[in-house]
Design a protein around this ligand. Sequence first.
Ligand code: 3EB
Length: 351
Amino acid sequence: MKQGEAILRLEYLSATQFASLMPDESGSVLGGLCFSQQAIAPCTLDLPFLAVEMALPSSEDNLCEVWHSDEPLTSGQLGAIRYRQSETLLFGCMSLDEMAVDASSEECSPLQSATETAYQLIFALLEAQGYTSLFRVWNYFSSINVESHQIERYRQFNIGRQEAFLAHGRSVIDGVPAACALGSATGGLNIAFLATRAKVLGIENPRQVSAYHYPSQYGPRTPTFARAGLANLGGRDVLFISGTASIVGHQTLHHGDVAAQTRECLQNIAAVVEEANRQAPHAHFQLDRFVYKVYVRNPENMAQIRREIADYFDKPVSVVFLQADICRADLLVEIEASGGHLTPLDKPKPA
Ligand code: 3EB
């Protein structure tokens, strides 16, 4: 790595900006996600880019989350997964049509089968390529709060996800990834993920019951994710904070009060960062250096949520907004964050 280069860097671009990246700039692209009201497939030069149908509550009509690495990169495909990898990292994504997945079993919903299939494929890829840790997973599918086959779709997803971990002999507690699971406007099951050969330390939130220990009132299988994952990538401590909601213990707080829910999300994120700094003594994560992604259930709440976030920090922070259904019907907002990698807040590398 030369000076100014990085194993992991995040930038946010519009689809137009993304399409006009110079070849030398796109050469460092590991992969990413592109959110828009209508599924646009920006010309991604065979890069693993996940198109997610999700409206933006602001005036922009699309948003591309682009992950870069200055390590040498190669691309590949395994079944539905398109991926790109470096010595340290692998970014992959896939879109599965739920209806195309074999759903011959009567007690198993198509979404559950598709989820299990997707995660089995992820694990097969990681095992084949020698990436020891699943670091971060982004999960998006439609109608997340809708019930079918006698059970809410988010809970169907949780069953399929956990089954895949168990089928691969993986713990559903230790070494689980940081994650988020949100409702997209339409479309099938869309999953993007980042895996690494570095060691990942799972971080839990002392204010919350770990999701993998939620009581059965939230579904027959617990959600298989950690509150955050911490890894040292090329000398930098990188922290991925999972989707974080207004949950304390295991219960939703502040029903119907979007401002109070936003403050609770931020307090939970602060608690996770404090815990990360405590567990990794040389980590010095600072809340205002993180990059935040905010999922807003009702777009008319965006201004209020934006105000709460601005009031919480005493300087401007990097925040983007998306409109999404959240995995509990009583949650109005969810916030995820990452830090320690290079971000739009860092100066561009010298030419
Ligand atoms: C929660 O804390 C809110 O199922 O992967 C947050 C992050 C949530 C990840 C997931 C769900 C997930 O339970 C929901």
